[in-house]
Ligand binder design. Sequence first.
Ligand code: HEC
Ligand code: HEC
Length: 303
Amino acid sequence: MKKVLKWVGIVLGALVGLIVLALVVIYFNSQSRLTKIYNPPNDIVSIPADAESIANGKHIFQFRGCEGCHGEQLQGLVYLDDPAIGKVISTNLTTGKGGVGGAMSDADWVRAIRYGIRSDGTALLFMPSTEFYYLSDEDLGDVIAYIKSVSPADNELSPSKLSLTGRVVMTLVEGLTFIPAELIPMDAARPTAPEVGITPEYGAYLTQSCHVCHGLTMSGGVIPGFPADWPPAPNLTFGAGSVMPTWTEDGFITALRTGVTPSGQELRSAYMPWTSYKYMSDDELKAVWAYLKSLPKVEYGNR
Ligand code: HEC
Ligand code: HEC
C-alpha cells in the first residue's frame, strides 16, 4: 500500500512539474511575441485639416467601430475584462491626461491604425488593425484628421493585458492570436481600395469587421477565440440555414440601423455591434447588402 502511494505521489509530482514547465515555456514564448520589434512600411499618408474631411473621418470612426471601443470622447475604456483572455483596454487617443495624442507623429498614427504597431515598434494587443489595414490612404487620412481634431479628455488607463489563459490559447491554438500585427502582410504590396459606389466590391471594403464573427465565408457559426458564453454568429450568405433569403434590402437596412430584424427579433448590441453600423449611410448599407447577395451560398457554420 505504502509503495503504491509513493508511486502515485511520484507520478503526480512529475505531472505538476511538467505542467509548471509547460506554463513557463508558454509564458516566455508569448512574452517574446509581445516584445518583438516590428519594422512596418513607412507609408506616407497625407492628413487633411478641412472640415469636410474631418466630418468624413468621424463618420468612418463611428461605423468602423473605433468609437465603440475607444469611447465617444476618444478617452479610452476597459472594453473587456475576462480572465480567459485578459484585459482589453483601449487607448485614450486625445491629447488629454493619459492620452497618447500629444506624443504621436502622423507616421505613428498610420503605423498604429494600419499595422497595429506602437511608436516603440512593439505590437498593440487586440486593436483590430487586420481590418483597418485595408483602409484607403484617403479614408485613413480622414480618420487621423478627425482624431487630431478632438478635444483633450483626461483619462488615465493601464495598457491592455493578456491573461495566462490567453497566453496558453494563443500559443497552443494555431492561427489564433491576440496580436493583430502578426496577421498583417507587412511586406506585401498595398491592396487597392475599390471605388465608392453601391457595388459588391465596395460592400466588401466596408465589411472587413464582419468576418471576425461571421467568418471568412460569412456563413457564421461559433466564433473562435471569443468568450464561451457568446452566441454563435448567424449565416449571412444566402445558403442553407440562413434567413437572408427572406429579407429585403429595406429590411436589412432597418436591422442594421435599429437592431430589429424583419421578423421582429432584437439583435443584442453586446454581441452584434449594430450600434456602430447604424452610422453607415443608406448607400453604404446598400453596398453591404449587394455584397452579401453576391457571396457564394454557403451552408451555416462553414466559416
Ligand atoms: C475591438 C476594439 C477596438 C476597435 C474596434 C478599435 N480599437 Fe484602437 N485600440 C484598441 C485597444 C485595446 C488598443 C490598445 C492596445 C494595447 O494596449 O496594446 C487600441 C489602440 C489604438 C491606438 C494606439 C495608440 C498607441 O498607443 O499607439 C490607436 C491609434 C487606435 N487604437 C486607433 C483606432 C482607430 C482609428 C480605430 C478605428 C479605425 C480603432 N482604434 C478601433 C481597441 C480597439
Ligand atoms: C463581434 C461579433 C460580430 C460582428 C463584428 C458582426 N456581427 Fe452580425 N451578428 C453577430 C451575432 C452574435 C449575431 C446574433 C445576434 C443575436 O442573436 O442577438 C449577429 C447577427 C447579425 C444579423 C442578423 C442575422 C439573423 O440571422 O438574424 C445580421 C444581418 C448581421 N449580424 C450582419 C452583420 C454585418 C453586416 C456585420 C459587419 C458590418 C456584422 N454583422 C458584424 C456578431 C457579429
